[in-house]
Design a protein around this ligand. Structure first.
Ligand code: K1U
Ligand code: ZN
Length: 161
């Protein structure tokens, strides 16, 4: 049975905190697998292309990224959902681009946000394996948006007047 969790909304303190790293002792644990499953189910139910644990009131460094083609990004690649623990951006491309973002925690608001075009990310899988992956284009945008959530930043905080 899929567990759907409530999504924190802009203005709530949980969205302003820095999330705690997942401890090695938690890798592959039942609770982490259940959290990832509930995050995935909630993301699908809300039609998202990503989600971060703090949005579900869990202040831990867990994100899911799941690019797919959509009306705003028709050329976006279809990805199987990737669960990332303790993700860190090792390299940002110098090249940046603007693209439209939405957020499950900021309903009815969308904006053009400037992000690095590509990034290299280090993260752990649910099993604890270390991965280093380069993301480009829309997937890179989603990863940057989700890692912002782990640092208490919403896309609206990145908009200049
Ligand atoms: O973290 C979240 O709130 C999920 C967010 C991820 C995201 C969307 C667009 C750009 C960067 C990050 C969403 O999935 S909002 C859902 C949505 O409205 C959307 C879906 C596909 C493309 C664009 C927006
Ligand atoms: Zn968001």
């Amino acid at each position: 049975m899929s567990v759907i969790l409530p999504v924190a909304q802009r203005g709530e303190d949980i969205l302003k905190l820095k999330a705690a790293p997942v401890a090695e002792s938690e890798f592959n644990s039942d609770w982490l697998l259940q959290l990832a499953s509930a995050m995935h189910a909630t993301m699908l139910e809300r039609n998202g292309v990503g989600i971060a644990a703090p949005q579900l009131y869990i202040s831990k460094q867990v994100i899911i990224v799941a690019s797919r083609s959509n009306p705003r990004y028709p050329d976006a690649p279809e990805m199987d959902a990737v669960v990332m623990l303790n993700p860190q951006i090792l390299e940002f491309s110098e090249a940046t681009c603007f693209g439209e973002e939405g957020c499950l925690s900021v309903p009815d608001e969308r904006a053009q946000v400037e992000r690095a075009q590509s990034i290299k990310v280090l993260y752990h899988t649910l099993a604890g394996d270390v991965m280093e992956t380069v993301f480009e284009g829309f997937p890179a945008r989603i990863v940057q948006h989700e890692i912002d959530h782990l640092n208490g930043i919403l896309f609206v905080d990145r908009l200049t007047a």
